[in-house]
Design a binder for this molecule. Structure first.
Ligand SMILES: CC(=O)[C@@H](O)[C@H](O)COP(=O)(O)O
Ligand SMILES: NCC(=O)COP(=O)(O)O
Length: 240
C-alpha cells in the first residue's frame, strides 16, 4: 500500500508566527507517527520561513517511521545538513530563492551530470535519493540516467485539473510517467497539493506508487478535523 509521509512545514509556520515554541514541531512529528503516518517530511528552505535547520536535527531523534528531508541541493548548507542528519530519504527539489513554494521539477536531461554527482554524494552516505520531476516521460528517462533511487512526481497540475473536473485528463500524464518509471526500475513518490478530495483517485490510477508526501492541505484539514483524525482520514484514502 502507498505510504503517507506527513509534511509538517506548516506546523512550523504557525510556530514561527509568534516566536515561541507553540505548536511544538518535534511533538507534532512524534504525534503524526503515533496517529498512523508512515513517515515525516520536512522541507527546510534557505530563509527558514517555516522549518529551521535545527528542527531537522531535533526531529531525527524521534523518528520511528521514515524521515524525508526535501530541499534544494544547490544550497551547500542544505547538503551539509542532510549529510549530518542522515534521513532515510532526501528529495532534491530545484527551487529558486524567494519562491512561495515549489513549482517545478528538475530538467533531468540538462542537469544530468550535476545530478549524478550530488546523488552519488548522498547515496555514498547511505541516504535514499528521490528527485522532484514533472510528469514528463523524457524527464523520467533522464532521471533514470542520474542514478537516483526514486522520483517524486510534482502533482500540482493534477490537483488543479482534478478540481476543474478533468480528473481523467489530469491523471493521464502521471500514469504514463509512472509506467515509464516502473519500466526503468525507479521507485515512485508523489506530492504537492494532494488533498482529501483528489488523493484516492490519484493513488488508484498510479501503478507502483510507493509514497505520497502531503502537508499543506492535511494541516489545514486538521484545523477543523483534528490531527489524529485527519492523518487517519488520509491513510484511509490510500487503503482503498
Ligand atoms: C517539494 C514540495 O512540493 C513540497 O516540499 C512543498 O514545496 C512544500 O513546501 P512549502 O510547505 O514551503 O510550500
Ligand atoms: N513533496 C510534497 C510535500 O512534501 C508536501 O506538499 P504539500 O502537500 O504541502 O503541497
Amino acid at each position: 500500500m502507498t505510504k503517507l509521509s506527513v509534511n509538517i512545514n506548516k506546523i512550523a509556520t504557525l510556530r514561527n508566527s509568534r516566536g515561541g515554541n507553540n505548536p511544538d514541531v518535534v511533538k507534532a512529528a512524534v504525534d503524526v507517527q503515533r496517529f498512523g503516518a508512515d513517515g515525516v517530511t520536512i522541507h527546510p528552505r534557505p530563509d527558514e520561513r517555516h522549518i529551521r535547520y535545527q528542527d531537522a536535527r531535533d526531529i531525527k531523534s524521534i523518528i520511528t517511521t521514515e524521515y524525508n528531508i526535501e530541499g534544494n541541493c544547490q544550497e551547500q548548507k542544505f547538503v551539509d545538513l542532510v549529510l549530518e542528519v542522515k534521513p532515510d530519504q532526501v528529495t532534491l527539489v530545484p527551487d529558486v530563492l524567494g519562491q512561495i513554494t515549489s513549482n517545478h521539477g528538475w530538467d533531468t536531461v540538462q542537469h544530468r551530470d550535476y545530478l549524478r554527482e550530488i546523488i552519488t554524494v548522498f547515496k555514498n552516505a547511505g541516504i535514499r535519493v528521490s528527485i522532484f520531476v514533472d510528469p514528463v516521460v523524457a524527464m523520467v528517462e533522464g532521471a533514470a540516467e542520474t542514478g537516483t533511487d526514486r522520483i517524486e512526481l510534482y502533482t500540482e497540475a493534477y490537483a488543479h485539473g482534478f478540481a476543474a473536473g478533468n480528473k481523467e485528463a489530469a491523471v493521464a500524464p502521471y500514469a504514463a510517467a509512472a509506467k515509464r518509471a516502473l519500466e526503468l526500475g525507479l521507485g515512485l513518490n508523489a506530492g504537492h497539493d494532494l488533498d482529501l478530495h483528489n488523493l484516492k483517485y490519484f493513488a488508484q490510477n498510479i501503478p507502483g506508487l510507493d509514497e505520497v508526501s502531503i502537508g499543506h492541505a492535511l494541516i489545514a484539514d486538521a484545523l477543523y478535523l483534528g490531527l489524529e483524525n485527519t492523518v487517519q482520514l488520509y491513510k484511509r484514502q490510500l487503503g482503498f
